[in-house]
Design a protein around this ligand. Structure first.
Ligand SMILES: Cc1cc2nc3c(=O)[nH]c(=O)nc-3n(C[C@H](O)[C@H](O)[C@H](O)COP(=O)(O)OP(=O)(O)OC[C@H]3O[C@@H](n4cnc5c(N)ncnc54)[C@H](O)[C@@H]3O)c2cc1C
Length: 481
C-alpha cells in the first residue's frame, strides 16, 4: 500500500505513524514543521504562554497560602525562547519517531496531479536527489512511491499513491476590514509571543481562542477589553460555565463589551481603534483577532481528482474520513468536523486503519459528540458529552448533580476553591451522559467523565470508585452520588 499524507499536523502525523506500523509505505509531505499548526501556532505555544501567565497570577494570589505578597515580572525574551524550545523538542521527537518507523518525510508543498498522483514542490534546500536519498531519511524503504519525475528546475517530485490523505489544517480567518500588520493588529499567529506585551489589548471574538488570549494577556500584565458579539462569552457553552468565566474576567478588570460586532479597525497616531456595529469604539495599544479559522484547502489540486469541497472550503468526509473519492481522505480541521488536535489525531488513526483494511474487523466509528474539550482559562473549563442546556433544548429527561469546588478539601488546601463539577446522567439507567467542570485542573479531571461517557459507565461506577483523598477527583465521585 503506497500511502501519501499531505500535512504533518496531529492528523497527518498520527495517520502516517499508524499506517507505517501496519505495514504501509508512507510518504509524509510537510511544508513547515512536523507537528503542524498545532505545534507551531495553536495548542502548544498558547498553552506554554498560558502556563507562564497562570503561574504569574497564582503567585500574585499566593498571599492566600500564607506567603508575603509577590509580584513577578515577565521576561519576554526568555518566554519566547521557552515557547520555541518546546515546539522544537516536540517536532524533533515526532520526526525521529516517524523516521524510525520508516516514514519518508518530504519537506515541500503537496498537491494532487491526478487521482493517484501527488506532486511535491520541494522546499529550497531540498533538491530532488536529496529527497530520494535514503541517507537523508533513515533506512532504505523498498517500494517507496517515488516515480522520479522532475520538472526543469529539478525540484518537483511526482509520487504514485494508492491512497492519499489531506490533513492540511486551517488558518486564522482575517476579515476584509482588518489590515493585519503583525505589529499593532495581530492574528493568533503573531502572539507567540507578541512583539511586546501590549499595554492595552483589544481582543475581537469571545470563543475558545479569544477567552484564552484574554486570560493569557491579562495574566502577563496587559489591560484587556473583549468584544463579545452575543450576550455571553463562549456562546456555544453551558450558560452557567460561561457565567463563571465572565465573573472571573470582571473581577480581574477585563472590560466586556457585549452585543458588539467589530466592523472595522482604525490605526491612529498612538493607538488602534476597533469600530463596532453599534457605534461603540474601543481603543487600545494592540488588537488581536480571534474570529475563527478557514480551511487550508487552496491549491491542493482537489479538482484534478474530482474531490468535492464545501463553499467554505472544507472537504466533507464520511465516518471513515473518505471524501467523495473513496481512496482520497481528509482529516483534521480541513474536514470541518470538531476543530481539536485530539480529534484530528484520532481521525488520522482511523484513516490509517481504513487504508489498511482494518475497518472490516470490529471497528468503532468516531463519535464526535463524546469528544472532551477544554478551555485553558482561570478557572479552567472542560466538558464532554451532553450539556445541561443542550438536554433542556432537546427536551430530554436528565439528572443533573453539581458539587462546588468549595466543598473539596483539596481545593481549599490548594487555596483555589473557585468552580464546580456538574454531572449529567440518564435518570432511568444511571448512565453518565456528560459533564462540565469549571475549576483548577478541569482539563485533567474531565478525562474521568470522558471515559465514563465513552464506556457507558453509570453514576454508581463513579460514586463507588476509590479515589485518592484529598484530591479534586473526589468531587466527581460526590457529584455521582
Ligand atoms: C490559538 C489556538 C489554540 C488551540 N488550542 C488547542 C488546544 O489546546 N487543544 C486542541 O485540541 N486544539 C487546539 N486548537 C485547534 C488545533 O490547533 C487544530 O484543531 C489542529 O491543529 C488541527 O490539526 P490538523 O492536523 O488538521 O492541522 P494542523 O495542525 O494545522 O497542521 C496542518 C499542517 O499541514 C501543512 N500543510 C498545509 N498545506 C500543505 C501542503 N499543500 N503541503 C504540505 N504541507 C501542508 C501545514 O504546514 C501544517 O503543518 C487550537 C487552535 C488555535 C487557533
Amino acid at each position: 500500500m503506497r500511502f501519501v499524507v499531505i500535512g504533518g499536523g496531529p492528523a497527518g502525523v498520527r495517520a502516517a505513524s499508524t499506517a507505517a506500523r501496519l505495514g504501509a509505505h508512507v510518504t509524509l509531505v510537510e511544508r513547515d514543521v512536523i507537528g503542524g499548526g498545532a505545534n507551531l501556532w495553536d495548542c502548544v505555544p498558547s498553552k506554554a504562554m498560558i502556563a507562564t501567565g497562570g503561574l504569574v497570577s497564582r503567585v500574585e494570589r499566593a498571599a492566600r497560602l500564607g506567603l508575603a505578597p509577590l509580584s513577578p515580572s515577565v521576561d519576554l525574551e526568555a518566554l519566547a525562547h521557552r515557547v520555541r524550545d518546546i515546539e522544537h523538542r516536540l517536532s524533533s521527537s515526532m520526526t525521529q519517531q516517524l523516521e524510525s518507523q520508516g516514514v519518508r518525510i518530504l519537506r515541500g508543498t503537496g498537491r494532487l496531479n491526478g487521482p493517484h498522483e501527488v506532486e511535491v514542490e520541494l522546499l529550497p534546500g531540498m533538491e530532488a536527489e536529496e529527497a530520494e536519498s535514503p541517507a537523508a531519511f533513515g533506512p532504505p524503504l523498498a517500494g517507496v512511491p517515488v516515480a522520479g519525475q522532475r520538472d526543469n528546475a529539478g525540484r518537483v517530485l511526482e509520487l504514485d499513491a494508492d491512497a492519499v490523505l489531506f490533513a492540511t489544517g486551517s488558518m486564522p480567518r482575517i476579515p476584509a476590514w482588518a489590515d493585519v500588520d503583525g505589529e499593532t493588529v495581530l492574528s493568533t499567529r503573531h502572539a507567540y509571543p507578541p512583539p511586546v506585551i501590549p499595554e492595552h489589548l483589544v481582543v475581537v471574538g469571545s470563543g475558545v481562542t479569544g477567552v484564552e488570549f484574554v486570560h493569557m494577556f491579562r495574566s502577563l500584565g496587559s489591560e484587556v477589553s473583549l468584544i463579545v458579539s452575543r450576550q455571553q462569552v463562549l456562546p456555544q457553552k453551558d450558560p452557567e460555565v460561561a457565567a463563571a468565566l465572565e465573573a472571573d474576567f470582571l473581577e480581574r478588570g477585563v472590560a466586556l463589551l457585549k452585543g458588539a460586532r467589530a466592523t472595522g479597525i482604525e490605526k491612529r497616531d498612538k493607538s488602534v481603534a476597533v469600530l463596532c456595529d453599534d457605534c461603540r469604539v474601543v481603543e487600545g495599544s494592540h488588537v488581536l483577532l480571534c474570529i475563527g479559522s478557514v480551511p487550508a484547502s487552496g491549491g491542493l489540486g482537489l479538482e484534478r481528482a474530482g474531490v468535492e469541497a464545501s463553499s467554505q472550503g472544507h472537504v466533507p468526509v464520511n465516518h471513515h474520513c473518505q471524501t467523495n473519492v473513496p481512496h482520497i481522505y481528509a482529516a483534521g480541521d480541513l474536514s470541518g468536523r470538531l476543530q481539536l488536535a485530539s480529534v484530528a489525531a484520532v481521525q488520522g488513526h482511523k484513516v490509517a486503519e481504513h487504508v489498511m483494511g482494518l475497518h472490516t474487523r470490529e471497528h468503532r466509528h468516531l463519535d464526535y459528540d463524546k469528544a472532551a474539550s477544554a478551555i485553558f482559562t482561570e478557572p479552567e473549563i472542560a466538558d464532554v458529552g451532553l450539556a445541561e442546556a443542550e438536554a433542556f433544548a432537546l427536551g430530554r429527561k436528565i439528572r443533573v448533580t453539581k458539587v462546588p469546588y468549595a466543598a473539596s478539601s483539596r481545593a481549599l488546601i490548594d487555596g483555589d476553591a473557585r468552580g464546580f463539577v456538574k454531572l449529567v446522567s440518564d435518570p432511568a439507567t444511571g448512565v453518565v451522559l456528560g459533564g462540565s467542570i469549571v475549576g483548577a485542573h478541569a482539563a485533567e479531571l474531565v478525562s474521568v467523565i470522558a471515559l465514563a461517557v465513552t464506556a457507558n459507565l453509570r453514576v454508581i461506577d463513579l460514586a463507588e470508585s476509590l479515589f485518592v483523598h484529598p484530591s479534586l477527583s473526589e468531587a466527581l465521585a460526590e457529584a455521582a452520588e
